[in-house]
Design a protein around this ligand. Sequence first.
Ligand code: NAD
Ligand code: UDP
Length: 323
Amino acid sequence: MIKRVLVTGGAGFLGSHLCDRLVAAGQDVICVDNFFTSQISNVEHLRDRRNFELIRHDVTHPLFLEVDEIYNLACPAAPGHYQYNPIKTIKTSVMGAIHMLGLAKRVRAKILHASTSEVYGDPDVHPQPEEYRGNVNPIGPRACYDEGKRAAETLMFDYRRQNGVNIRVVRIFNTYGPRMHPYDGRVVSNFIRQALAGEEITLYGSGEQTRSFCYVDDLIDGILKMMDAPDDFPGPVNLGNPEEFTIRQLAEMVKELTGSSSSIAMARSHPADDPMCRRPDINLARRRLDWEPKVPLRDGLERTLRWFKDIDLSRFRAPTPNY
Ligand code: NAD
Ligand code: UDP
């Protein structure tokens, strides 16, 4: 049966790939976005499809639609983006969740919320399983995002307990791929852009901090599987690639794959509250969703590189200065 599916943040990096998959599957897709960290070009290729509709809307305001499923992705995700206007970030997370949950409750839609590994903060448990409650600084520069996302998770579970809303929560770990905003300041986009331009590759701090990078196609598979999971499994479930790399290793791999002559340099001190390690425990996703990532970092970076080589950087507005 064809479903009416709402994707908030649908013109963003992850949202646009999700829209691609839902449109290809024949669903009736409504993409809602205020284009704060994205541009229409991410979904331009979908605009003449009969089963795709684009609405410019800010999720901090209520929205009345009739839909069967909601993917709530609207929120700036890169540190530079979410720290640009931190009050707006937490409003987007919390009020966006309230409005989408209110909509889900009114029309009895199923709702999936895009949470994040940032709910674990700078973790003192490694790798991070879902039961770990995290180590977040509630008053630091990342708190607008971390605490906003934690509050959104709380709202999801309270709407489930109090109103019986059919919810799903995924905790997404660092994901990369084509259509990342080239000026989002995230490590993969920064390093690829810098390497291609022959500029210095900027390590923050020692470069010994770690991340685990998931290719976008794998991540979208996981999100779709979670939406179709049995109703007794609301999550939260970690989605990410458990292969862990230091940021220095990532810089070296990007340099090698691009054949760049860029130098790798310690460009600035470690940003405040920047987690020193991050790696998902994905046993729950393996068991309940039969999901695990398939694309190794090297392959995913090659695909991402091809996209970065093809784009015209002058067509991308840098919405925020890199932090
Ligand atoms: P993105 O910035 O490319 O996408 C977010 C989208 O939300 C953008 O299109 C933006 O314009 C839109 N948006 C922001 N504020 C809005 C508002 N008030 N109203 C309507 N639209 C708004 O980032 P992304 O990487 O695609 O992230 C998508 C979601 O996944 C976010 O909720 C993010 O927190 C979550 N997430 C992503 C990652 C990752 O590594 N990419 C990791 C963890 C969680
Ligand atoms: N980082 C870096 N150089 C850059 C951008 C980021 O060394 O040009 C580091 C950053 O300090 C962090 C890691 O790379 O330790 C991942 O940063 P990103 O902003 O991509 O995402 P985060 O996982 O911190 O949300």
